[in-house]
Ligand binder design. Structure first.
Ligand code: ADE
Length: 229
């Protein structure tokens, strides 16, 4: 899978991709993540890619032309399944969406900045608008890194067997059961006996019960969502 990320601050994406599972997945050839500096496609000699809003108002607006130039160039090189714009008013990002995106061949993620982008970008170039939550960040770079991380780790071969993505919280619509490691007792805090018993079936049952109980307590809406599906 290939992910092209368009940004006016590509440096912000260096950290997340220089480490972690994404880096390993890229090294293994499981994923290709390419970050583009939108300023390289500026129509001005200054490299600026924003301008004042028509009709007045505070804040600068990202121009349509540099974004169109870059997206058109990319589309000339390969077919893209989605052009995603990261925006706080987009569709809420979920595990289900990450699963869907992980099946795609090529996607573009456009990071917003300033007051926003010229609305023609959203009308004509973008196929999907995605938000990582109901709060406003300074730009779309961190949200893009969140989406790329959640998607890449699902790709076959991205993670070792020891970290199967299939057993994650939310993958089956429930919160995970508690996990523990050695020592069995620390400052009088004991690991539940059942986990030390070696009794596989009882452990499985315990994990399932815990998962249901924690989901009911922490994220009750997940149980109703599962029943509605
Ligand atoms: N850009 C700024 N805030 C955002 C958010 N919450 N989700 C996606 N993109 C954003």
């Amino acid at each position: 899978m290939r992910i092209d990320i368009i940004s006016v601050m590509p440096e912000l994406l260096e950290g997340p991709f220089a480490h972690s599972i994404i880096k390993r997945a890229v090294e293994r050839g499981v994923a290709e993540v390419v970050v583009h500096n939108l300023r390289d496609y500026s129509v001005k000699s200054t490299g600026r890619v924003d301008d004042y809003p028509y009709g007045g108002g505070a804040g600068m607006v990202m121009q349509v032309e540099p974004i169109d130039r870059l997206i058109t160039k990319l589309k000339g090189e390969r077919r893209y399944d989605e052009v995603i714009f990261m925006s706080p008013d987009g569709e809420r990002f979920t595990q289900g969406m990450a699963n869907g995106l992980s099946l795609m061949e090529n996607i573009i993620i456009l990071c917003g900045h300033y007051k926003g982008v010229d609305y023609r970008v959203r009308e004509h170039l973008v196929t999907r608008e995605v938000s990582i939550g109901d709060y406003v960040l300074t730009g779309g770079e961190l949200p893009a890194a969140v989406v790329a991380d959640a998607v890449v780790r699902l790709l076959p071969g991205a993670m070792g067997d020891e970290q199967s993505a299939l057993t994650d919280s939310f993958q089956d619509g429930m919160v995970e059961a508690p996990i523990y490691t050695r020592p069995a007792e620390y400052r009088g805090w004991r690991v539940p006996e059942v986990l030390l018993s070696g009794h596989e079936r009882r452990i499985e049952e315990w994990r399932y019960e815990q998962s249901v109980e924690r989901t009911r307590r922490l994220r009750p809406e997940l149980l109703t969502m599962n029943n509605e599906q």
